[in-house]
Unconditional design. Structure first.
Lengths: 482, 102
């Protein structure tokens, strides 16, 4: 291990060490002062975020080609660290009100964030597998945090079984690719494939198994069945965190492995991506229409948004379109992350101890009683729908544009039509909040309200400067390992 | 040493993986599902070791150690979940886990 190796994984190492120490320190923090644990965890993530940013512009492989530092990793790692910080803001008040305030929440969150960061930096299939498990195992426990509430127990067990199932596919796929190329490092695999003379049968089956495993993680149809139950049953801040964290990590692996290491299979894989994207958009949006529980509705919405992002992966082997397409996928991850975290913040603020006030009709009267929260929720719902000038619109705009550039006009049309369908269930929330009377009460805690309103402001502001974000995403791909 | 052909290992591990996957989908007892998950992981392990042996490099065998550690950590969490669920509701039958259907 050289100094260069160590420096390239410095943010990850700091976060892991910080989390392990916090686990010990938390033992000495009394039960009614868990705010200290939350703040310590938040500052750990902040330090990590700063360390991550300092790596921008560098490009190196480290630890025997196991990990890579490039702008792509930095971009996503920054997103993961910020997601963690906002999730802590959302969770602190929620856990207090539900009387499940536990120091472990923050520690497990840090472990999961470090897993996501490793996933974005992984340059070896074995690292991808290890990072996948490091991000997933804490999430299983976090989903179970509200036990003995039966929904939480159910969500945790379902998430665990299907998560491990997906990991099995990833692992077996890795084993077969190892068999075909004698290697698991992505750069070596690329070199072997370019040299030719390999057993392509093994390679394609391996790549297919990897695709199945990652599709579970990003909740793409037909591997989405677990999503509604898990999103509904897990505690709301945890759902918010996994809705963006786990999804973005899954896409990080998909993009890294398929656009980078396996572009030579595009003839086989690209049509698969196209069919999956179309099905995911249709199934997610259509199923969301009939949901009356807001958590379940947003779960289907999250499936639908995975479909939009998958659309960007379809033209991945066409060099003319690939850069723009992947950049718009990265941009959409940020767009979806901001909007989704904000929506889950509002849901966490409104939810009651007994799990009440989770129906869409329970939001009646929120506009009068909590104007700030309602205004924020309005911004998030409009951004989800894709109303200009919010970032949701620009995210979809760039995605649809690249789909058309890549020659997949039909996909763009499906995306447009399903967005119209989605307006029905997103706008219903707004109608409930402003045009129905109700007695809804939400949390008045500062942290959660600041998180919700702050995210809404971000959604508005970035919506005014969308090209800045897109250019940042383009730069993130400029110095990829190739 | 290398008297057993490579294809034997591959076919065996493919069968193990398929049995595991089918078990996860069809079985109703979480403990049996966990066993099926282990079967899937070990199918991958067998593939790794077999290829590693055929190539004459140790990489694949080292990966198996990683996988075993991860699988142990995963099962520890899974069993803890089952215990917590059993305490909370007195049963771990998967069929009873459908309180959230609309």
């Amino acid at each position: 291990m050289t100094v260069k190796d160590f420096l390239s994984l410095l943010p990850h190492t700091v976060l892991l060490v910080w989390a392990s120490l916090l686990l010990l320190v938390d033992l000495f923090i009394p039960k009614n002062k868990k705010a200290i644990t939350a703040m310590l965890a938040g500052s750990g993530l902040l330090i990590t975020f700063i360390l991550v940013l300092r790596q921008w512009g560098g490009q190196s492989l480290a630890y025997h080609q196991m990990v890579v530092v490039d702008n792509f990793a930095v971009f996503l790692n920054g997103l993961f660290a910020l997601t963690g910080i906002v999730s802590i803001l959302i969770a602190y008040d929620y856990l207090n009100r539900m009387s499940i305030q536990k120091g472990e929440y923050y520690v497990l969150l840090l472990f999961s964030v470090s897993g996501m960061m490793l996933m974005a930096s992984a340059a070896d299939l074995i690292m991808v597998f290890l990072a996948l498990e490091l991000l997933s195992i804490p999430l299983y426990i976090l989903s179970a945090l509200a036990i003995p509430r039966s929904e939480s127990a159910e969500a945790a067990l379902k998430y665990f079984i299907l998560g491990a199932f997906a990991a099995g596919f990833v692992l077996y796929g890795t084993a077969l690719i190892f068999g075909a190329t004698q290697n698991t490092a992505l750069v070596e695999i690329v070199a072997k494939i370019n040299a030719g003379g390999l057993d392509t049968g093994l390679l394609i089956v391996g790549a297919g198994l990897l695709l199945v495993g990652f599709s579970f993680k990003v909740a793409a149809v037909p591997f989405h069945m677990w999503t509604p139950d898990v999103y509904q049953g897990a505690p709301s801040p945890v759902t918010g965190f996994m809705s963006i964290g786990a999804k973005a990590a899954g896409f990080a692996a998909l993009i890294r492995v398929f656009t980078l290491a396996l572009p030579s299979f595009s003839a086989v894989i690209a049509p698969l991506f196209a069919v999956m994207a179309a099905l995911t958009m249709i199934v997610g949006n259509v199923a969301a229409v009939s949901q009356s529980n807001i958590k379940r509705m947003l779960a289907y919405s999250s499936i639908a948004h995975a479909g939009y992002i998958l659309m960007a992966l379809v033209p991945y082997a066409n060099p003319a379109a690939a850069a723009n397409a992947t950049a718009s996928a990265l941009m959409y991850l940020v767009v979806y992350g901001l909007t989704s975290l904000g929506a889950w913040a509002v849901i966490s603020a409104v939810e009651k101890v007994d799990g009440g006030d989770l129906g869409v009709h329970d939001y009646s009267g929120l506009g009068k009683r909590h104007p700030w929260l309602a205004a924020a929720m309005t911004v998030f719902m409009l951004s989800f729908t894709g109303v200009p000038p919010l970032i949701g619109f620009w995210g979809k705009f760039f995605l649809f544009r690249t789909a058309i550039e890549g020659g997949y006009v039909l996909l763009a049309i499906i995306g447009l039509l399903t967005s119209l369908i989605s307006a029905w269930y997103y706008l219903r929330v707004i109608v409930m909040m402003y045009f129905r009377d109700g007695e809804v009460e939400a949390s008045k805690a500062i942290t959660i309200n600041v998180a919700a309103v702050g995210l809404a402001v971000l959604v508005l502001l970035i919506g005014l400067l969308p090209t800045g974000l897109f250019n940042l995403a383009l730069q993130a791909l400029a110095n990829g390992m190739g | 040493m290398n008297t057993i052909p490579m294809s034997y290992f591959l076919v065996l591990s493919a069968i193990m993986f398929s049995l595991g996957a089918i078990g996860v989908i069809t079985r109703r007892n979480p403990l049996v599902i966990f066993m099926s998950l282990e079967l899937m992981f070990n199918a991958a392990n067998l593939t790794f070791v077999a290829f590693s042996n055929a190539f004459g490099n140790a990489n694949g065998q080292i990966f198996v150690f990683f996988v075993m550690v991860v699988a142990a950590a995963e099962v520890a969490v899974g069993l803890a979940l089952i215990v917590a669920i059993f305490r909370a509701r007195g049963s771990i039958d998967i069929d009873l886990m459908s309180s959230m259907k609309n």
